[in-house]
Design a binder for this molecule. Structure first.
Ligand code: NAD
Ligand code: GLY
Length: 350
């Protein structure tokens, strides 16, 4: 088992290995005195993995209640979140009990937000079952739901007590959902580790999946350890996200987060080269990765549609917004734009 420690305000371990779902109860029993938990999942993951996880928790002596909501980003809203809070209350979870989020990034973000706010905050454990959730969203404590005005607009920083990543779970992922995780993995290489990027461009991700997840988690943990609440360096993890979130919103959340980030990285890199923020060659590095992994390079929206959606993004700060661009392959920086600058950036992106 690989273990990476996230040195957040309260440090916590991320365990990565095959065969961990059946060991969830034993691992969790080592970090809590509570005997009651709520497993929060979606309807797809419920059918696949709720039984072994609940059994493992029960075998370790926990009272377990299970809540599943309809799978997909379109569930990541106030109504589903409200249903979770009511479920926790109906099942009489107290402040010393905890939640277990079993699923992809939607389950982790939304279940984490319910844990952050139920009775002003209870502990939670992340058990990611998508490559994206294991490599990115389960680590770092960002929890959120979408609002009609935009993506992840209500949320909280609430770090999990532990992350348990069973890489066997990826075997049931459809290819396109696995690819969403590849997009965030490529992002980590592009912003922070040229050697990792080069490995991705030549190596076999699936053959070295535990190692790839570990490297993703190390990169993210390093950034989160330095800037847990995103005052500075953590913004670099948002490469591709300003326009990516705009694409997701314009699509009514039918374009997945990973695919939108892929397009967002290409668009941001094209604009950054045209406007002189990035050197020539950085766009080619992003495009090469998209082509290798069959990820999208563009989007079906106009610059004005993207601009309108992007100005509602929470990365906006008053009249300005920080966009992330590449200084070189493996290194990123932020550029602060005013709204006219963002319009120009969006036009240059397409
Ligand atoms: P998701 O949670 O919607 O999962 C995608 C689909 O895969 C769902 O239908 C789900 O039911 C299914 N699924 C999950 N595990 C499976 C398995 N093992 N086998 C078969 N099917 C399975 O989407 P996602 O791509 O995991 O996460 C995207 C979300 O993560 C977005 O909402 C995004 O905003 C968020 N995110 C958050 C952070 C963060 O730091 N908090 C970072 C990146 C992304
Ligand atoms: N996905 C961006 C972050 O966690 O900060």
């Amino acid at each position: 088992m690989e273990t990476v420690t996230v040195n957040a305000s309260v440090p916590y371990p991320v365990h990565i290995s095959s065969g961990l779902l059946e060991r969830a109860g034993e691992l969790i029993a080592g970090v809590t005195h509570s005997r009651t938990c709520a497993v929060i999942t979606d309807t797809t993951v419920e059918k696949l993995y709720a039984a072994p996880v609940c059994r493992s928790l029960q075998d370790a002596g926990f009272r377990v209640c299970l809540h599943a909501f309809p799978a997909g980003e379109q569930s990541k809203n106030l109504q589903t979140y409200g249903g979770m809070l009511e479920f926790l209350a109906e099942n009489k979870l107290t402040r010393s009990d905890f939640a277990v989020t079993l699923g992809g990034g939607v389950v982790g973000d939304m279940g984490g937000f319910a844990a952050a706010t139920y009775q002003r905050g209870i502990d939670f454990i992340q058990i990611p079952t998508t490559f994206l959730a294991a490599s990115d969203s389960s680590v770092g404590g960002k929890t959120a739901i979408d609002l009609a005005a935009g993506k992840n607009l209500a949320g909280a920083f609430h770090q999990p007590k532990m992350v348990i990543c069973d890489t066997d779970a990826f075997r049931t992922l459809p290819e396109d959902i696995f690819a969403d995780g590849v997009a965030e993995t490529v992002k980590h290489g592009l912003i922070a580790d040229k050697d990792f990027y080069q490995f991705l461009m030549t190596g076999d991700i699936r053959a070295g999946i535990d190692e790839v997840v570990r490297r993703n988690v190390e990169i993210k943990a390093t950034v989160v350890g330095e800037d847990e609440k995103e005052h500075g360096r953590r913004k670099l993890l948002n490469f591709g996200h300003t326009l990516g979130h705009a694409i997701e919103k314009c699509s009514g959340y039918t374009i997945s987060h990973g695919r939108a980030v892929s397009s967002g990285m290409v668009l941001a890199s094209r604009a950054a080269e045209k406007l002189g923020f990035s050197p020539a060659g950085t766009l080619d590095a992003v495009l090469a990765a998209c082509r290798r992994f069959g990820l999208p390079e563009t989007c079906p929206y106009t610059a004005s549609e993207l601009y309108a959606a992007a100005t509602g993004d929470k990365k906006r700060d008053g009249g300005s917004i920080d966009v992330v661009v590449l200084e070189e392959t493996g290194k990123a920086k932020t550029v602060r734009l005013d709204l006219d600058g963002l319009r120009e950036f969006t036009e240059a992106a397409l």
